[in-house]
Design a protein around this ligand. Structure first.
Ligand SMILES: Cc1cc2nc3c(=O)[nH]c(=O)nc-3n(C[C@H](O)[C@H](O)[C@H](O)COP(=O)(O)OP(=O)(O)OC[C@H]3O[C@@H](n4cnc5c(N)ncnc54)[C@H](O)[C@@H]3O)c2cc1C
Length: 442
């Protein structure tokens, strides 16, 4: 199916014959200028990084370090960087806006890559071209690090009005954009009532972080005597990861505020009448944080690199080589961060965390440098850890660590260690962790 036939796909279909959600159909050709966005510079390869978040900014910085002659171009639609980690703490002013929202030009200048603020709206892999709202750009290697998209069509089919209404009125702030400010303001102005929070089905971005958000909003209610209740609608049978730590925090710190409802997969959302039907019953709400299922970012769909299930339906995530992070059918395209698909039949995906996105960004930069130098590419495994704040006064956190190894058959295996006892020591470790990461790429 060529690009033109995508455009002609009937809008009534939520999923096109090629498995592409209809709201991801290629943008009208008129938007693209056919001029080249930027002339090449340097004597080395041009490496385009699409998406300047945790994974993309890390990759751009280390590509320049490993391959000084490379022409590295980072394409990012937002004018500034937004960090997911610490954004829950920012909601209740434990860190200020300057901590989570950073200038991107200084790192681009410091590390010597080119930053272009533009939106990627097409990828023509056969021509090695990225299409953006400002023009086209060619590449030798392409890194896709666009994070996630909110798959509202899972709830609303092709009803774009309902999806847009939900996004505007019940923002979830899981993607770096204006929703972050909107959510913070909603809770600052909140006078009381029932808040419902839907969790996406796994795999989704940062699995422990919605529970952290519930704890910190509950702490805000408790501290400011706001008569609010939070109902967490969880499609999983139990809280995970750090289930014991969260269960203790809910019961001991917020017994009258947080209710966790397991097996509550969403069946129907009516944002206009503020009602949700789930497998565990129906819920009315005054306010809500509505998270639909997560999928790989739009740019992976544009590139035609979404995996397929045995029944031919899209997995929603990039089909990649589990050790080299190249697209399954295109060695010159890499996928970094939350967009990555299945790694192992033991645990599925790497946790969709900033820690992993940063680690893979570094690994992919090294892998490309080895290829450019004509050396053998040595596969490297990431690790993962996440610190989650459950109490803001005194500040206390719980955490989870994931370790990886490869078995004799080449399969990647995961070990998970939950740190369920909340402690102020983990807060200090959390701030040391984020400082060391920010120092790496910001
Ligand atoms: C509330 C919350 C708490 C979290 N806490 C933690 C934590 O404590 N620890 C942890 O490790 N992780 C945490 N995370 C997860 C972490 O934020 C993500 O896993 C991480 O950001 C993934 O990196 P990424 O590069 O894949 O995506 P992102 O960091 O989201 O970057 C993707 C970038 O691509 C850009 N982009 C997308 N599409 C386009 C396009 N078409 N054109 C141009 N640009 C585009 C986006 O604007 C964005 O800047 C948290 C996330 C949230 C929301």
């Amino acid at each position: 199916m060529d690009r033109r036939s995508f455009l002609l796909t009937p809008p009534a279909l939520a999923i096109s014959a090629a498995g592409l959600p209809s709201n991801l159909l290629a943008a009208p050709a008129a938007i693209h200028s056919h001029t080249t966005l930027l002339p090449r510079r340097g004597t080395g390869p041009r490496i385009v990084v699409a998406g300047g978040g945790w994974g993309g900014m890390t990759a751009a910085r280390f590509l320049r370090q490993h391959i000084p002659e490379a022409d590295v171009v980072l394409l990012e639609r937002n004018p500034t960087f937004w960090s997911g980690p610490m954004s829950n703490k920012w909601l209740i002013d434990i860190v200020n806006t300057d901590f989570v929202n950073r200038d991107m030009l200084s790192p681009a200048n410091r590390y010597g890559y080119t930053l272009i603020n533009t939106t990627v709206n097409g990828i023509e892999r056969e021509k090695k071209l990225v299409l953006t709202t400002h023009g086209t750009i060619d590449y030798d290697y392409l890194i896709l690090s666009g994070g996630i998209r909110d798959a509202y069509e899972a709830w609303f089919g092709n009803d774009k009005y309902a999806a847009e209404y939900t996004r505007r009125h019940f923002p979830n702030a899981y993607i770096p954009n204006a929703e972050m400010f909107a959510l913070k303001r909603k809770f600052r102005d909140f006078k009381g009532g029932t808040v419902v929070m839907t969790l996406p089905p796994p795999p989704h971005r940062c699995p422990p972080s919605p529970y952290e958000r519930a704890c910190l909003i509950a702490w805000h209610f408790k501290t400011n005597n706001i008569p609010g209740k939070i109902i967490i609608l969880d499609p999983k049978p139990k809280i995970a990861p750090i289930g014991e730590g969260y269960r203790a925090a809910f019961q001991e710190l917020y017994p009258d505020i947080i209710t966790h409802v397991p097996n509550a997969g969403v069946k129907e959302v009516d944002p206009f009448n503020k009602r949700i039907k789930t497998a565990a019953g129906d819920f009315d709400f005054d306010h809500a944080i509505l998270m639909p299922p997560h999928q790989a970012a739009d740019i992976v769909w544009y590139a035609g690199l979404i995996g397929k299930r045995p029944d031919g339906k899209p997995t929603g995530w990039a089909d990649i080589h589990p050790r080299f992070f190249t697209a399954r059918d295109d060695d010159d395209v890499y996928v970094v961060g939350d967009s990555m698909g299945t790694i192992s039949d033991q645990f599925g995906h790497y946790p969709k965390s900033a820690h992993v996105a940063h680690a893979i960004g570094k690994i992919v930069a090294k892998n490309i440098a080895e290829r450019v130098a004509g050396k053998e590419v040595v596969p490297v495994l990431p690790d993962n850890l996440c610190y989650m704040m459950v109490n803001a006064d005194p500040q206390e956190e719980i955490s989870v660590v994931f370790e990886y190894e490869v078995d004799s058959t080449g399969r990647v295996l995961q070990t998970q260690i939950d740190m369920d006892v909340r402690s102020p020591d983990l807060v200090a470790k959390d701030f040391a962790w984020i400082k060391s990461r920010f120092d790496d790429f910001l």
